[in-house]
Design a protein around this ligand. Structure first.
Ligand code: WT7
Length: 571
């Protein structure tokens, strides 16, 4: 089959000569772009916000162009700097200090970003939680991280556990009247009283900054710990991959509850002082096209699942909008279908640039660059400073065109520095000096990487990572469910959907109402995005003799594939 290659984009790009830059590159040289280069004392909040606020030319530039269905706001770098100073003072007043874990459980809003940087300014570690989480998901994360302060809204407070959190000292409520003043702190009231001056806490490059919880195939979600040093790679990729320039208007659609929404929804654009569009609320095609048109977005970073929805929405909707401001499109989170790239060429007359990375990697690693040809279906090539390869299970590199573990030579600037409270889990990612991703892929003769699939049971639904164990654990809490096995089932729009196989306890009959009730139970107990779209009742769930659910077998059954080696199957 002849592969159609899309030639490099014409014009000037921030990374014009990939091969040459790669050859001469050192991350140490990149450090010269930062004010801390001399002192070594650093703070992400200074580089992303205060530095621009101190610059007479930059201070009144719009940092944040915010809109949601019921609110619009423009926030300058100067205002963001002052508001985050005020919030840092509020945190100090309540005894928060360097290294504390402070969590944000709220939708995107201007206050979110002020609070986020306030946390970094005192040297604390921010833990943003996706607003769709339900009580148990919130509890698991606050417990594991031993969070000290939680910032949330009146709408979400019902989902905040009121017990079993011995370390949680304060809850700050944003955007509403706080009725119970003994129990909660009122953001508004505190901010009015707080000083606009704050002496930022200078920290070391290796000090903690961010905790993102993410799912593996077993156990509870794990706290992936990132440090200030990551900014070096955020800065570099903002230049090379996002190709950002001073006058750009940039929009990253991801929620800051996920790593794309922090690394590329906060750090990357603001390290370069670029205007950043934030759109709250749920996805609708019209709304997204409107956001692009109204804000005259030039650079847009989104996900395949959203692009597929736009493709299926059709030309009629697209034709209503003037999207001529767009100049650069990118995608992340799941395989980018070649058909979507073809659609992008027609719809926008632009290439869509796929990028590959993970929560654990902290920043983009394998990417399609404007100055390189695109081979549709390929994730592209490693950025300068990154060595990627395909290795076997012992960490030995294997030749081109053979499938194996996608691996990255450790370390790199934005790499996670630990898994919170779980050193052995952290160690398990590394084999023979390689970080082993859990993805399978191959590399072609020209160094382009091609994604093949996950090697573990982790599910990728609409670009969001879901651990089957978490869903199974919730399912069996339902009184009707005896056992559960959960898999990702291929889906044309969502990539995968969550499918659960369950057995019922005695006295329960399989019915539509019961299955709907079970689905709702997961949705309201854990999280909407983790609720199985399909549930199938079985007489038994296949397990190994040691009692592990054989999800692989469930998947083979579902897909009508050969079942492979079942020698460990319990009878
Ligand atoms: C997993 C990581 C930080 C990115 C957002 C998701 C899958 C990510 C691609 C891509 C195919 C991709 C992988 C990876 N993935 N990007 N371009 N093509 N698959 O971060 O939630 O940590 O998930 O997402 O399977 O391991 P995440």
């Amino acid at each position: 089959m002849d592969m159609q290659v899309i030639p490099a984009r014409e014009g000037n790009h921030n990374l014009q000569d990939y091969e040459k830059t790669r050859k001469n590159f050192s991350w140490d040289d990149m450090k010269k772009n930062f004010s801390w280069n001399e002192t070594g004392k650093v703070n992400m909040a200074y580089e992303a916000v205060d530095r621009h606020a101190e610059n007479p030319v930059k201070k009144d530039k719009i940092a944040l162009l915010y809109s949601s269905p019921d609110r619009e706001e423009k926030v300058t770098f100067a205002t963001l700097s002052k508001e985050s100073n005020k919030f840092a003072n509020v945190l100090k007043k309540y005894n928060a200090s360097k290294g504390d874990r402070i969590f944000l459980f709220m939708p995107r809003s201007p206050e979110f970003y002020a609070a986020f940087f306030g946390i970094l300014k005192i040297g604390a570690i921010a833990g943003p939680l996706f607003e769709a989480f339900m009580e148990q998901a919130v509890r698991d994360r606050l417990q594991d991280s031993e969070a000290k302060i939680l910032i949330t809204t009146p709408d979400l407070i019902d989902r905040v556990p009121q017990a079993e959190l011995p370390n949680l000292e304060e809850i700050i409520i944003i955007g509403g009247n706080v009725e119970n003043e003994d129990q909660y702190i009122d953001y508004q009231q505190e901010m009015e009283a707080a000083s606009e001056e704050f002496p930022i806490e200078w920290v070391d490059l290796e000090d903690g900054m961010l905790l993102h919880y993410t799912s593996g195939s077993t156990g509870k979600p794990k706290g992936v710990y990132h440090v200030h040093n990551a900014m070096i790679q955020h800065y570099a990729t903002a230049e090379w991959v996002l190709d950002l320039k001073e006058e750009d208007v940039y929009w990253c659609t991801a929620d800051p509850g996920w790593v794309t929404g922090t690394s590329y929804g906060i750090f990357a654009p603001w390290l370069l002082g670029v205007t950043n569009v934030v759109r709250g609320g749920r996805f609708t095609p019209d709304d997204w096209y409107q956001t692009l048109e109204k804000n005259k977005v030039t650079v847009w970073y989104t996900a395949p699942t959203a692009l597929r929805r736009l493709v299926s929405t059709g030309q009629g909707v697209l034709d209503k909008y003037d999207l001529s401001s767009l100049r650069h499109l990118l995608s992340v989170g799941e395989p980018l279908n070649p058909e979507v790239i073809t659609w992008g060429l027609k719809a926008f007359n632009l290439r869509i640039h796929d990028t590959w990375w993970m929560t654990e990697t902290g920043a983009q690693l394998i990417v399609n660059l404007p100055s390189l040809e695109i081979r549709p279906g390929s994730m592209g090539k490693p950025i300068p400073g990154i060595e990627a390869s395909i290795v076997d299970n012992e960490g030995n590199e294997i030749p081109p065109n053979q499938m194996g573990n996608l691996a990255i030579k450790a370390p790199w600037p934005a790499m996670m520095r630990k898994i919170w409270n779980n050193p052995s889990k952290y160690e398990s990612y590394f084999i023979n000096g390689w970080y082993v991703s859990g993805d399978s892929a191959y590399k072609d003769e020209d160094g382009y990487f091609w994604f093949q699939g996950r090697l573990d049971d982790v599910i990728n639904t609409s670009g969001e990572r879901v651990g089957p164990f978490e869903v199974e654990s919730k399912l069996i809490e339902h009184p009707a469910v005896a056992e559960a096995g959960v898999i990702g089932k291929p889906d044309p729009v969502r990539g995968e959907i969550i499918k659960a196989f369950i057995t019922l306890n005695d006295g329960y009959e399989n019915s539509e109402e019961l299955l709907e009730d079970i689905r709702r139970f997961v949705k309201t107990g854990l999280s909407a995005h983790a609720a199985p779209r399909e549930i199938e009742v079985k007489d038994s769930i296949p397990k190994t003799r040691s009692g592990k659910i054989m999800r692989r077998l469930l998947k083979s059954w579902e897909l009508g594939l050969p079942t492979g080696d079942t020698s460990t199957l319990e009878e």
